[in-house]
Write a protein that binds this ligand. Structure first.
Ligand code: NBP
Length: 477
């Protein structure tokens, strides 16, 4: 017998993905650099389906039916290149290497180009949903050639998460690095979502005076409405958890220094390169890095702040409703920014990514899965060339309804000294887009003054320069 698919790299993700394929009726060849992992998988889970355990690269490749489909699930970066170097010489034209790790899309573009020259399809594939997702159905974001998707698509559709309407959470994102790019922005949006939820929590705690258990209940209520999402759901779980050792709320015994693995940072770095303002995602990444500067925070603890004035019980309840509005409006802005980045990447690299499809495949399996994504898909379905999510009538109306509360929440946060960089950056983005005139005109004047960088005029075509050091007359540049 030969395997329809092979998985190499059998740590948590690869093991669960292999089991997912097997549970869906595929024969799966499995391989790992350290053979004990392969043996353990076959011993522990062999009864779940048809596995072919292999020890050497040659055995592994020989176990695969042609054209071969070989999934790599190893640590992103150099290990991925090492595995490609090991396996590519054993493959034939038409075979497919599927990289399911969190690769940088630029690496994926390079690997795709190099392997294409040898006739091998390299399918950089974003996989989201953590280890549970890998086992029970992740959201899958494959790039690579159309041809490879014809062969792989049906298998990926089978193992993927399904949205509530039954649609598989997988689509061919576009050529070469498109899938990993989409996954990168997914993670960036995830950072922003988490930061916004964190700010909502802190406001409910420090301004409204609620306990973690009470805030968990508030999140549970929110989760029955338009904020219905995996992240809100798990937030309620984390907040209601009590530390067994101390009896304190779990959230109070965890060191408040957030770590990161890099995909959020990449999202911001690439956005800077593409010139896309993803201020909400950037603030989320910066907030994590600020939290980690323990010495700096310690040295700043005595800096002056406002006198806290806690709200009354009835004020607190009204404030919680306002925070929901602020969170929702800020969330619309982060997704607006994230989708702008995908659209800009698609343009830059000629990927032709379908934004409505992206929203659709994020509806299930992945960390940012949410009822909200149905609405985003509907927005792009109604108007594929939507210039921005904020131009969608429904979102624009919802923000119109939320904006007074959104502003009030930021005012309260500022007055009470609670940092809300995510809420505030989102509102600043919204107000900047709305503005009739931006101070960018002044910036242009300054640039022309110190560097003769020239400017355009509102009333005439052309490029101009003012002779600032002379008689200040205007010349055509
Ligand atoms: P890890 O990222 O911890 O990688 C461990 C695997 O990489 C092991 O199988 C290890 O083999 C193999 N490996 C390494 Br390290 N260096 C190697 C080399 N030079 N040659 C061959 N194999 C090598 O595993 P993971 O957490 O399962 O994640 C796998 C991929 O999935 C990563 O790219 C990750 O970013 C991505 N991802 C993870 C999640 C998640 O929730 N964890 C979610 C989505 C995507 P060994 O057993 O011989 O050491």
């Amino acid at each position: 017998t030969s395997a329809q698919i092979g998985v190499t790299g059998l740590a948590v993700m690869g093991r669960n993905l292999a089991r997912n394929f097997a549970r869906n009726g595929y024969t799966v060849a499995v391989h790992n650099r350290t053979a004990t992992r392969t043996k353990a998988l076959v011993e522990e889970f062999g009864s779940e389906g048809d596995f072919i355990g292999t020890e050497t690269a040659e055995e592994f490749v020989a176990a695969l039916e042609r054209p071969r489909r070989l999934v790599i699930m190893v640590k992103a970066g150099e290990p991925t290149d090492a595995v490609i170097r090991e396996f590519a010489p054993l493959l034939e034209p038409g075979d497919m290497i599927i990289d399911g790790g969190n690769a940088h899309f630029a690496d994926t573009r390079r690997r795709e180009r190099e392997l294409r020259e040898r006739g091998i399809h390299f399918v950089g594939t974003g996989v989201s949903g953590g280890e549970e997702g890998a086992l029970h159905g992740p959201s899958i974001m494959p790039g690579g050639s159309k041809e490879s998707y014809e062969s792989l698509g049906p298998m990926l559709e089978k193992i993927s998460a399904k949205a509530k309407d039954g649609a598989p959470c997988v689509t061919h994102c576009g050529p070469d690095g498109a899938g990993h790019f989409v996954k990168m922005v997914h993670n960036g949006i995830e950072y922003a979502d988490m930061q916004l939820i964190g700010e909502a929590y802190q406001l409910l705690r420090d301004v409204a005076g609620y306990s973690p258990a009470q805030i968990a209940d508030i999140f549970r209520t929110w989760n029955t409405g338009r904020l219905d999402s995996y992240l809100i759901e798990i937030t309620a779980e984390v907040l209601s958890h009590v530390d067994a050792a101390t009896g304190k709320p779990f959230v109070d015994v965890v060191v408040d220094q957030a770590e990161q693995k890099g995909t959020g940072r990449w999202t911001v770095q690439i956005a800077l390169d593409l010139g896309v303002p993803v201020s909400g995602i950037a603030e989320a990444v910066f907030a994590r890095s600020l939290s980690g500067h323990a010495a700096l925070r310690e040295a700043s603890r005595d800096l002056a702040g406002p006198t806290a004035s806690p709200l009354s019980e009835s004020e607190a309840a009204a404030f919680a409703d306002r925070v929901e509005q602020a969170l929702y409006a800020s969330k619309i802005v982060s997704y607006t920014q994230g989708f702008h980045e995908i659209s800009a990447g698609s343009e830059e690299y000629g990927w032709d990514i379908d934004l409505g499809q992206v929203a659709s495949i994020w509806r299930g399996g992945c960390i940012i899965r949410a009822a909200f994504l149905d609405r985003i898909r509907a927005a792009y379905d109604a108007r594929a060339e939507l210039p921005s999510l904020l131009s969608d009538e429904t979102f624009a109306r919802e923000i119109a309804e939320a904006q007074d509360d959104w502003r009030e929440v930021i005012i309260a946060a500022t007055r009470q000294g609670v940092p809300t960089p995510g809420f505030a950056a989102a509102l600043a983005y919204y107000d900047a887009l709305r503005a009739e005139r931006l101070p960018a005109a002044l910036t242009q004047g300054q640039r022309d003054f110190f560097g003769a960088h020239t400017y355009r005029r509102v009333d005439r075509d052309g490029t101009f320069h003012t002779l600032w050091g002379g008689d200040r007359s205007e010349v055509t540049a």
